[in-house]
Ligand binder design. Structure first.
Ligand code: FES
Length: 171
C-alpha cells in the first residue's frame, strides 16, 4: 500500500501519458484507414478511366495545324499513323498498316507516296492505292481541330473502299 502511494508520488503523470499514447495510436489508425480508403478509390477510378478509354474514344495531340503545310506528311509515332495535309488544305490521318497483308508502310518523300516494303503496294498521300497488290485504300482515323491543335481519335481505324473528302478535316 505504501509502495503504491510511493509509486504514484514518484510517477504522477503515468495515467496521463497512457491516455496520450492511446489517443496517438487511435490517430495513427485513423490516418492509416483514410489512406487505405484513398488508395482503394484511386485504383477503382483508374480502372474505370481505362475501361472508358477502351470502350470510347482516345484522342491524341498531333501538333498545331499551321505547322503542316499543303503536301506535308508526318509520322505520328504515338498513334502509329501518318498525318497528311492534302492539296485542298484538308487533314487526313492514315493507318500505317498496309491493306494487303498488314505490313507497316513508310512515306517516301522523294517519290511522294507511301510504299509497302513487303510486296510493293503504293498509296498516294490521301491513302488511295497507286499500285497493287493492295486493292483498298489505307484506313483512316477521325481528326478534329480545336483552337489550332490537331487531335486524332486513335481508338478506331475506319475501313473504306475509296477516298471521299468527308474523310478529311479542315481548319
Ligand atoms: S503487305 Fe503490303 S503489299 Fe503486301
Amino acid at each position: 500500500m505504501e509502495q503504491d502511494q510511493q509509486l504514484r508520488q514518484d510517477y504522477p503523470e503515468q495515467p496521463r501519458r497512457r491516455t496520450l499514447l492511446n489517443r496517438l495510436w487511435s490517430l495513427i489508425g485513423l490516418l492509416a484507414f483514410i489512406e487505405l480508403g484513398w488508395l482503394g478509390s484511386s485504383i477503382l477510378k483508374s480502372r474505370k478511366t481505362r475501361n472508358t478509354q477502351l470502350q470510347g474514344t482516345k484522342w491524341i495531340e498531333a501538333g498545331r495545324a499551321e505547322a503542316l503545310i499543303t503536301g506535308d506528311v508526318k509520322a505520328v509515332p504515338e498513334g502509329m499513323l501518318f498525318l497528311a495535309r492534302l492539296e485542298d488544305g484538308g487533314f487526313i490521318a492514315l493507318s500505317r498498316t498496309c491493306t494487303h497483308l498488314g505490313c507497316a508502310i513508310s512515306w517516301d518523300k522523294e517519290q511522294e507516296k507511301f510504299v509497302c516494303p513487303c510486296h510493293g503496294s503504293t498509296f498516294d498521300r490521301a491513302g488511295t492505292v497507286l499500285s497493287s497488290p493492295a486493292i483498298r485504300p489505307l484506313d483512316f482515323y477521325q481528326v478534329r481541330i480545336e483552337n489550332g491543335h490537331i487531335r486524332i481519335d486513335v481508338s478506331k481505324a475506319h475501313r473504306r473502299e475509296s477516298f471521299d473528302p468527308s474523310q478529311t478535316t479542315r481548319v
